[in-house]
Design a protein around this ligand. Structure first.
Ligand code: CP
Length: 333
């Protein structure tokens, strides 16, 4: 168990070793059990402050970090570009140099194209841990909660289990690639055989594909890309499906992206597709899900859906992340 994690950033799960992630999962398990039993752990981050800078909306991420800070004994400051001088162009360096003199951690959500570079610039100058609360290319805290949930449902030995991440026809706006990138990168590390399904021209980040291929080779897992949702769902153990834009082809051209999404209807998780999977298969989505567009309500509210457990696990895994990187653990001061 690797415990010397104080001050460590989380911009991508790839920056944490398997041993470090195992420490995080074990901590999350302990904190979840204590929360369930009503055992307080508010001494872990007592009097500490987390800055949460949101360029966009959030239900799960913001509240997991904010409630997490309260439960660990600290406080979370909710910030937006407009509520700070970021909107007037104050640089990532100047912003974090100042915040680092006052608080103990900073989380950022910036899913605009270039959001990851912005976070990297913050991290490069930060004396306090920087958490990626979702950017244009990665969503590490969601991927950690997803991995944790799968291990709760199937156990730690996931060898031979088929994980499907499929695109869906969610055409009201262009969603970032961050979930698909993050999922193929982490699931191939922890024993799962991964199938990525999407229509032509909805490729994910080449760096994420490369990571998945390398992880599969290194860990004896499989990684494949298919362009047919039925083929992907066949014999699956886990079906995780959500939309993303054809960003590798159109960049941030919203109009062109939405037009391309709407040229590919019918990529939806319904009971017919769930029946293609194993009887014991589970349905996952990071949420918010477009009901009856990405997934039918029958599946979303059905017995195979683990959506709300998955959302709850955002809290426990994020608490573990903050406790390990901001707290006085492992004899660190
Ligand atoms: N899954 C997720 O990140 O949800 P929010 O956008 O509500 O934070």
């Amino acid at each position: 168990m690797k415990t010397l994690l104080k001050g460590k950033h989380l911009l991508r799960t790839a920056d944490w070793s398997n041993e470090e992630l195992e420490t995080l999962f074990a901590t999350a398990e302990k904190l979840k059990l204590e929360t369930t039993l009503g055992i307080p752990h508010d001494d872990i981050l007592r009097s500490k402050s987390l800055f949460m800078l949101f360029f966009e909306e959030s239900t799960r991420t913001r509240n997991a970090f904010e409630c997490g800070m309260t439960q660990l004994g600290g406080h979370a400051n909710f910030l937006t570009p407009k509520a700070t001088q970021v909107d007037h162009g104050e640089t990532p360096k100047d912003t974090v140099e100042v915040l680092g003199r006052m608080g103990h951690g900073i989380g950022i959500r910036n899913t605009l194209v270039g959001g990851h570079e912005w976070m990297q610039a913050v991290a490069a100058h930060s004396s306090i841990p920087v958490y990626n609360m979702q950017c244009d290319v990665w969503h590490p805290t969601q991927a950690l909660a997803d991995m944790f949930t799968i291990r709760e449902k199937f156990g730690k030995n996931l060898s031979g289990k088929k994980f499907v991440i499929s695109w869906t026809s969610a055409g009201n706006y262009m969603r970032p690639l961050s979930m698909a990138n993050s999922l193929v990168a982490i699931m191939t590390r922890f024993g799962l055989d991964v199938t990525l399904a999407h229509p032509e021209k909805f490729d994910i980040l080449p760096e994420a594909v490369e990571m998945a291929r390398e992880n599969a080779k290194k860990n004896g897992t499989k990684f494949e890309i298919v362009h047919d949702m039925d083929e992907a769902c066949n014999d699956a153990d886990i079906i995780y499906a959500k939309g993303w834009g054809p960003i590798m082809h159109v960049g941030d051209d919203e109009k062109a992206g939405v037009e391309m999404i709407n040229q590919n209807p019918g990529w939806v998780v319904d009971s017919r597709r769930m029946a293609l999977a194993k009887e014991s298969a589970i349905y996952m989505h990071c949420m918010p899900a477009d009901r009856d567009i990405e997934v039918t309500s029958e599946v979303m509210d059905g017995p195979q859906s683990v959506l709300y457990d998955e959302a709850e696990n955002r809290l426990h895994t994020i608490k573990a992340l903050m406790a390990l990187t901001m707290g006085n653990v492992g004899g660190q001061r």
